[in-house]
Ligand binder design. Structure first.
Ligand code: UD1
Ligand code: CA
Length: 483
């Protein structure tokens, strides 16, 4: 009987990330749907570890709170002073009672590591029965990174930090990606021997490799399939580079699975979003959080969806939607704002310049132009005229408005909640409706119209309006009052 290999994950996340110049700890910066740390923890699931330890330090409380939210099973361990990556791993191992088998060390600021690549590192390490394996990558500009120094036979000799390296070593373009697998016993022993004899006066985890080589323990290098997998974000310019790389990775995967992304360079899809084949995403669009787009739906251009579902065949044009449910074949936009609780049934319509909040539209209901629809239920096939305002707030309380099936609300109406317009009722344009309109009735609150004849000529004499009125009077044979 073969037993599952014992593994522990240690994620290093105690550093401040000074170069981010941020009040937010570096590992909590967001990147297409997760924090940097959140991405690393998802990749770490591939390890199938007994335990995941996260070393926290800078703004530890904030990082702990985030962990409790996204990875409650992970165990935070405090590194009060950041005395180096070796020190951090030592503290992690001391904090956990029973660490055996493989220890996988990850950097909390390197979010592009793929689960498959990590699995490859562990496989190479465990099947090779090594004491330690480092993930390396070949990069054009290795400045600032640790270099992989190989021996004459091509094996790993040691890892040298940029600031401690000679010019000869600095010329090496194979770098330490900061992702490792160790044998727990060998790691613990070597960590007990590392010094702080380096430019930064820190305990370097990387020194473990030379120490293991010295005692003849087998160590190895696993070269990452793509250098981006090891990239960390040290400042916001690098963070933007990582975001663009992740955008391309996400977009390429969706296009390969049948989604049309018309302009991948301007389309930003969180890793948490789901899309169906034959969905179309037009340019300049952002799909965030738990958003989803079903087959045949068209989203964009210039649309942001946050936690919003778009059902099959719907279109959402130049719109900002948060927490909305857009039903099958519904149409939205351009220039509309859907807020949480907006639910649009099949074939319903929210047209241009409409804001909706906590609003349900029944099948085929329409709010075509320039309206505010707050706290409302609108029945199937009802039509809401241009410029209608659902006045849901009296300064203290919010109330609901109900519009029945196939009701017709004329333009420029104010529906003062709580109020109900019955099924098949009509509301005259320009009304302010504060009392229920029973089913089948017409509600009208307009003052009767009065025309004051000759007013323009008397009160606006000499204006272009007066001239136009005079011309019109001459043409119809009427004499202007002013003459
Ligand atoms: C480290 C490696 C370097 C490698 C690079 C890859 C060492 C000595 N050097 O350098 O060879 O090329 O990563 O990105 O390991 N951290 C702690 N506690 C500490 C120090 C660091 O938790 O006391 C965390 C940081 O928050 C970060 C990670 O460890 O997530 C790496 O630390 P960082 O300072 O970025 O190391 P580098 O100098 O980049
Ligand atoms: Ca780093």
């Amino acid at each position: 009987m073969s037993q599952a290999p014992r593994r522990t994950v240690v994620v290093l996340a105690a550093g401040e990330g000074k170069r981010m110049k941020s009040a937010l700890p570096k590992v909590l910066h967001p990147l297409l749907g997760r924090t940097l740390l959140g991405h690393v923890l998802v990749a770490a699931e591939a390890v199938e570890a007994e335990q995941t330890v996260v070393v926290v330090g800078h703004k530890a409380e904030q990082v702990r709170a985030h962990l409790a939210e996204v990875a409650p099973a992970a165990m935070p361990v405090l590194q009060a002073e950041q005395n180096g990556t070796g020190h951090a791993v030592r503290i992690a191992l001391e904090a956990v009672a029973d660490v055996a088998g493989t220890v996988v060390v990850l950097s909390g600021d390197a979010p592009l590591l793929r689960a498959e690549t990590l699995a490859g590192l562990i496989e190479a390490h465990e099947s090779g029965k090594r004491a330690a394996t480092v993930m390396a990558a070949v990069v054009d500009d290795p400045t600032g990174l640790g270099r992989i120094v190989r021996d004459a036979g091509g094996g790993l000799a040691r890892i040298v930090e940029h600031r401690d390296a000679s010019d000869e070593v600095r010329a090496i373009k194979e770098i330490n990606g900061g992702i490792y697998a160790f044998d727990a016993g060998a790691l613990r022993e070597a960590l007990g021997k590392i010094s702080t004899d380096n430019d930064q006066g820190e305990e370097y985890l990387t020194d473990v490799f030379a120490l293991l080589v010295e005692v003849g323990s087998p160590v190895g290098v696993f070269v990452a399939p793509g250098a981006e997998e090891t990239l960390g974000a040290n400042d916001r310019a690098q963070l933007a580079e990582l975001r663009a790389l992740l955008r391309d990775r996400v977009n390429t995967a969706w296009m390969r699975s049948g989604v049309s992304i018309l302009d991948p360079a301007t389309t930003w899809i969180d890793v948490t979003v789901t899309l169906e084949p034959d969905a179309v995403i037009d340019q300049n669009s952002q799909l965030q959080g738990t958003s989803s787009v079903a087959a045949g739906a068209v989203v964009g251009p210039d649309t942001t969806l946050v936690d919003t579902s778009v059902a099959a065949g719907a279109t959402v044009l130049r719109t900002h939607a948060i927490g909305a449910e857009i039903g099958p074949e519904a149409t939205v936009g351009p220039f509309s704002f859907l807020r949480p609780g907006t639910k649009l049934a099949r074939k319903s319509k929210i047209g241009g310049f409409v804001e909706a909040k906590n609003a349900e539209l029944g099948e085929g209901a329409k709010v075509p132009h320039l309206s505010y629809v707050g706290d409302a239920s609108i029945g199937a096939k009802a039509n809401i005229g241009a410029g209608t305002i659902f006045a849901n707030y009296d300064g203290v309380n919010k109330s609901r408005t109900t519009v029945g099936e196939a009701a017709f609300v004329g333009s420029d109406t104010v529906l003062i909640a709580p109020v109900e317009v019955g099924p098949g009722a009509y509301v005259a344009a320009g009304s302010a409706i504060a009392k229920d309109v029973p089913s089948g009735s017409l509600g009208v609150t307009r003052a009767p119209q009065r025309n004051v004849e000759g007013w323009t000529a008397r009160r606006r004499a000499g204006t272009v309006s007066a001239e136009a009125a005079e011309r019109a009077a001459r043409e119809t044979g009427e004499v202007s009052e002013a003459e």
